[in-house]
Design a protein around this ligand. Structure first.
Ligand code: C2E
Ligand code: CA
Ligand code: CA
Ligand code: CA
Length: 275
């Protein structure tokens, strides 16, 4: 048993070393990609579910290296751990402004939603830095919304203050992946955000299982009780769309049924008035 245990421990150690080495190189590669401005951004429409009309778009970072796409779920945690996330966020913001400033100016009711990490939320200079860039690009603060994760609001008092700082500059704040965290349901009333994005895992309970076993209605009731805007993520089927389209007041939605993340050109086309 001891030999077996040692062998197992040895194998685990080797795997750990490989993982660490792999991580180290991912970090170095990401650093390089950032310095070479190699990350790009795609946009996914956020629509009024009932009409399908785009009301906003979410900016999603993309990294392609040697013909291979590295998913953000893989490199965002690396960026966060390596202290590279503030740079990455600014890089996304710069892409958004160069891609979308003119369209935002032409569509004052349209906004772009950007994902920020805890390190951005709690950076006291982030709001001012963002404001400076927006001013240079002639984009109104209220046309940039910020998505924060439930995890970054784990310390409710700190989060509340940080959220207030950004809201006072005119940014709408959404809690992303709502329902998947551990704390938010209790803190929601205190946090003073503008809206929630219901995680796609909940959306997927509509149409596949009976609505009576889904907690989506409770999430929606709770959000309404707090006066929050609702964005439903991961709408893939017409059954899901129809369920959410029937809700009053209206909810916004996002998902493959309405549009996959795509280049800026696609979202700009969708914004052009039909001739
Ligand atoms: P998220 O913020 O929840 O973004 C939505 C994710 O769901 C995106 O994955 C999008 O492509 C995917 N999605 C959209 N519609 C559907 C659908 O109908 N069905 C399914 N199954 N998936 C759908 P993506 O682009 O791979 O991003 C993954 C995560 O990486 C994001 O989740 C976000 O947490 C993070 N992320 C992406 N871009 C950024 C960024 O610029 N900054 C930060 N901090 N995080 C980012
Ligand atoms: Ca998001
Ligand atoms: Ca989400
Ligand atoms: Ca997510």
């Amino acid at each position: 048993i001891t030999t077996f245990g040692a062998a197992l421990g040895g194998a685990a150690a080797v795997i750990l070393i490989l993982l660490q080495r792999n991580n180290l190189s991912l970090k170095a590669r990401l650093q390089h990609a950032l310095s070479q401005n190699r990350l790009t951004v795609e946009y996914q429409p956020i629509v009024d579910v009932a009409t399908g009309r785009p009301v906003a778009a979410e900016a999603l970072v993309r990294w392609r290296e040697n013909g291979e796409w590295i998913p953000p779920d893989v490199f965002i945690p690396v960026a966060e751990k390596a202290g590279l996330i503030n740079r990455l966020t600014i890089c996304v913001i710069d892409h958004v402004l160069s891609d979308m400033a003119a369209s935002l100016d032409a569509n004052p009711d349209f906004h772009i939603s950007i994902n920020i990490s805890a390190a951005d939320l709690f950076d006291r200079h982030f709001g001012a830095l963002l404001a400076l860039r927006l001013k240079e690009a002639n984009v109104a603060n209220n046309q940039i919304a910020l998505e924060i994760t439930e995890r970054s609001t784990a310390n409710a008092a700190d989060a509340k203050e940080a959220i207030e700082r950004l809201r006072s500059r005119g940014h709408k704040i959404y809690i992303d992946d709502f329902g998947t965290g551990y704390s938010s349901l209790a803190y929601l009333g205190e946090l003073n955000v503008d809206g929630i994005k219901i995680d796609k895992s909940f959306t997927q309970t509509i149409g596949t299982s009976s609505v009576s076993v889904s907690i989506v209605p409770q999430i929606i009731d709770m959000a309404r009780a707090h006066g929050l805007a609702i964005v439903v993520e991961g709408i893939e089927t017409t059954a899901q769309r129809d369920y959410f389209a029937a809700l009053k007041p209206k909810v916004d939605g996002q998902g493959w049924l309405f549009g996959r993340p795509a280049s800026a050109i696609t979202i700009k086309k969708a914004l052009e008035p039909v001739a």
